[in-house]
Design a protein around this ligand. Structure first.
Ligand SMILES: Cc1ncc(COP(=O)(O)O)c(C=O)c1O
Length: 411
């Protein structure tokens, strides 16, 4: 059956999530397929931040740490995120960036497994995950061995020397989903811990950390959680590890009694021990809104629509632009996150030509065009229109325009 715009419009009319789009500020005529990098602005964030700035900061000043409960925000937003990732409310806290949280938790994991020196991960993991591990290795004077092995060899590479398995559940480039349950089980079989980067999972696919027995996790607030540019990140420490896991960044906000101002560090008895410095209140307030919207959506409907949008995009690209792109994502929606990646040697210029027409995706060198399908605000007809633009750009050769070759600092 040939897919046309009327079919897509009918799917939009039947979409149980359609009303959520109204909660986001999406400029007229823009097709936003980059929520996997930076989520759209929830309208309520504008009101909330205006209130935080004028009332809580402007009028309340320092009193707002108590009266507006600023001091509780890292745990409060963490508890809301916990509901999205299969964790208990007291197992998640919001703090710092994903990179910093990776450092804290990977180092804590080494402390939980004394005598073991191996960390297993995969090549092509998101660069910060690899760079942070390399930094830990340098810091510990090479007493840590990084075992960077291809996905098909991961299970065999985890052995009795392994302290930690660190993987990103949904691959940032291809959207491929790792089997969290099986890999965590394999790590536990040999006494190792599993740390999952959920940056492309939280709010995008069903995640159940405790059902999988995961030990530790981190993730971004600015992607599918719609927390805004540079939003603070979250981290998870399973209840059973909280009394022993030690943050290497033993800042005062992780102290058992920060306002006792004692000279000696004593970690908080709970997840707060993973905090470091003063929480970023404006970022947390915005993130709380984004997480709140996500928490109101039915997660089964979200996942169903996300898979349907990805399938629709693949079918339309094959229908309208046959043989022109390689599919770099799994074709099976169940094995794919909420994005589809297409490969083309001129992918950068093609993406620039799309962006010039108001279809926003992004590009990852050397040849990956990424399209994110955020089910809260992307419509089936957006997918149809995006592919129509893609076809026109390819048929007309518009991507060859010199203006589309210039590279910005962020791709
Ligand atoms: C898998 C993954 N981990 C981590 C990050 C980034 O972490 P940070 O917020 O510290 O820049 C990203 C950003 O895209 C990512 O995709």
């Amino acid at each position: 059956m040939t897919l046309d715009r009327e079919i897509c419009a009918a799917l939009d009319r039947d979409d149980p999530l359609a009303a959520f789009r109204e909660e986001f500020e999406i400029p007229d005529g823009l097709i936003y397929l980059d929520g996997n990098s930076l989520g759209a602005l929830p309208r309520a964030v504008k009101r909330r931040l205006a209130d935080v700035v004028t009332q809580e900061w402007g009028a309340g000043l320092i009193r707002s740490w108590n009266t507006a409960h600023w001091i509780d925000l890292p745990q409060r937003v963490g508890a809301a995120i916990a509901g999205l990732i299969g964790a208990r409310p007291d197992e998640v806290v919001v703090a710092d960036s994903t990179s910093v949280n990776l450092f804290k938790l990977a180092t804590a994991a080494l402390g939980l497994r004394p005598g073991r020196r191996v960390i297993v991960t995969e090549p092509g993991n998101f660069p910060t995950d690899l760079y942070i591990l390399q930094g830990i290795q340098r810091l510990l004077n090479d007493r840590v061995e990084l075992r960077v092995v291809a996905p098909e060899h991961l299970a065999g590479a985890i052995d009795g020397d392994t302290a930690l398995l660190l993987l990103t559940q949904v691959h940032y480039r291809t959207g491929r989903v790792h089997d969290m349950m099986a890999l965590t089980r394999r790590a536990h079989e040999v006494g190792a811990l599993a740390l999952w980067d959920l940056s492309h999972s939280a709010g995008a696919i069903d995640v159940d950390l405790n059902a999988a027995g995961a030990d530790l996790a981190v993730g971004c607030g600015y992607k599918y959680l719609n927390g805004g540019p540079g939003a603070p990140a979250f981290l998870f420490v399973a209840q059973r590890h909280q009394a022993q896991a030690q943050s290497p960044l033993s800042g005062w906000m992780g102290h058992a009694a920060p306002f006792a101002f004692s000279d000696d560090y004593l970690p908080a008895p709970d997840i707060r021990r993973m905090l470091c410095g003063t929480p970023a209140i404006l970022g947390l307030a915005a993130l709380e809104i984004g997480v709140g919207i996500m928490a109101r959506a039915d997660h089964r409907q979200l996942r169903r629509k996300s898979m349907a949008l990805g399938d629709l995009f693949i079918r339309l690209v094959e229908q309208e632009c046959p043989g022109q792109f390689t599919l770099q994502s799994p074709r099976d929606a169940a094995a794919r996150g909420s994005q589809v990646s297409l490969g083309h040697p001129e992918g950068y210029a093609i993406m620039q030509a799309l962006i010039a027409r108001g279809v926003i995706g992004d590009f990852r060198a050397p040849d990956t065009m990424r399209f994110g399908f955020t089910p809260l605000y992307v419509r089936h007809s957006d997918v149809y229109d995006a592919v129509a633009h893609l076809k026109d750009i390819m048929d007309s050769g518009a991507w060859q325009d010199a203006a589309h070759q210039a590279r910005g600092a962020v791709t």
